[in-house]
Design a protein around this ligand. Structure first.
Ligand SMILES: Cc1ncc(COP(=O)(O)O)c(C=O)c1O
Length: 369
């Protein structure tokens, strides 16, 4: 469809990002009066029965979608991914050693923040590799007494993704694995047997900013450093069912609608298949351009959610973005730290959006190549 024939343009923003149109329509219809109760969700008490029901349903749908085992608590928190970079070491490091795998800009930020609370070491890094390939877990130097090992399973800026989580036990480590899955949560299943804690900001693949999801194995609760603010102590949050303080009610409500929407699409398996199809289309268009577009990430580490690419001739960048906008393809400009372009293909991006982008990539390269 041409942009003029569609209701809305395709939004390739990295986050805050596109939300399914059905979700936005339902939220708009409920804005003034949620289910006949006379007020909208933003206006109701978080302790009232209406909101308690919304939050409980959101949590149980999320648990079902990701098959989260009973020994994991799901917490609805605030503070975002960067907040978790401090909250995780406060809760899990016990003031000891923490190991990281550095695969891009977000894990690098996590490392810098954790250094304020723990003795941090980098067990492996892809820095300096032209193809940015994720180092094979068998080469990771995990310290025997590490409190946990942190990875970023999808590097939003660099376009690097773990397609399987590492099995630390098989590497001889008992340390819990901590996973920042902010930018690909709900696009693939999670092997919880390999995870101690996972966290994700909601504003990429789920809904509006302001909500941070934390999945934590219950044996990891109750070890926070004394300096930990109570609202960021996982045990306090868990004991109070994420209602110790006022939670981000609107964001939880929108996230809940998105969970329902994902279930209706066929669940995480359907999102997984869609992510594979959309990203394959766009990478194929980039790779078929004969070097007009460049993405150097090793195929096995390429992200299905965030696809950075550069025009060989950067002087065409502005024309590329202007032409894209004309076709209703929005927010393709790359992150300021790396330049170029980036297409984020989160769950809310329909297949037709990836097809439209692939067609535009081909047309633009043919016209300017
Ligand atoms: C992988 C990852 N981690 C952390 C963050 C930071 O999240 P926030 O801005 O919610 O603190 C982002 C994105 O902004 C991200 O993509």
């Amino acid at each position: 469809l041409k942009a003029s024939e569609r209701m809305r343009p395709y939004n390739f923003a990295p986050g805050p990002a596109a939300i399914p149109e059905d979700v936005l329509r339902e939220a708009a219809a409920d804005m003034l009066d949620w289910h006949g109760c006379g007020v909208g969700v933003m206006e109701m008490s978080h302790r009232g029965k209406e909101f308690m029901q919304i939050a409980a349903q959101a949590q149980s749908d999320l648990r079902e979608l990701l098959a989260v085992p009973a020994n994991f608590r799901i917490l609805f928190m605030q503070g975002g991914g960067l907040g978790e970079n401090a909250i995780v070491p406060m809760n899990l490091s016990r003031g000891g050693l923490v190991d990281f795998v550095q695969t891009g800009g977000w894990s690098k930020k996590s490392i810098a923040e954790a250094r304020r609370y723990a003795d941090v070491a980098v067990a492996a890094t892809n820095a300096g590799r032209p193809d940015s390939a994720i180092p094979d877990p068998s080469t990771w130097a995990i310290r025997p007494d590490a409190s946990y090992v942190h990875i970023c399973s999808n590097e939003t800026v660099d376009g690097i993704e773990f397609h399987a989580l590492p099995d630390l036990k098989a590497l001889g480590s008992d340390a819990p694995l901590v996973v920042d899955c902010s930018s690909h949560i709900l696009s693939r299943a999670i092997d919880w047997s390999r995870v101690g804690l996972a966290f994700a900001g909601a504003q990429k693949n789920i809904g509006p900013a302001g909500l941070t999801l934390v999945f934590v194995r219950d044996d990891l609760l109750g070890h926070a450093l004394p300096i930990t603010p109570s609202v960021f102590d996982y045990k306090v949050v868990a004991d109070n069912d994420s209602m110790f303080n006022t939670p981000p009610t609107w964001a939880i409500y929108i996230a809940g609608l998105t969970f329902k929407w994902i279930k209706a699409q066929g669940g995480v398996a359907a999102m997984d298949a869609l992510a594979a199809e959309k990203s394959a289309l766009v990478y194929a268009a980039l790779d078929a351009s004969g070097g007009f577009y460049v993405n150097r990430v090793a195929p096995g580490s390429r992200s299905r959610m965030n696809l950075p690419f550069w025009l060989r001739d950067e002087s065409l960048d502005d024309a590329f973005l202007a032409g894209a906008k004309e076709r209703g393809l929005l927010a393709l400009k790359g992150h300021k730290s790396v330049g170029g372009m980036r297409a984020s293909l989160y769950n809310a991006m329909p297949l037709a959006g990836a097809q439209a982008l692939a067609a535009y990539l081909h047309d633009f390269a043919t016209r300017h190549g």
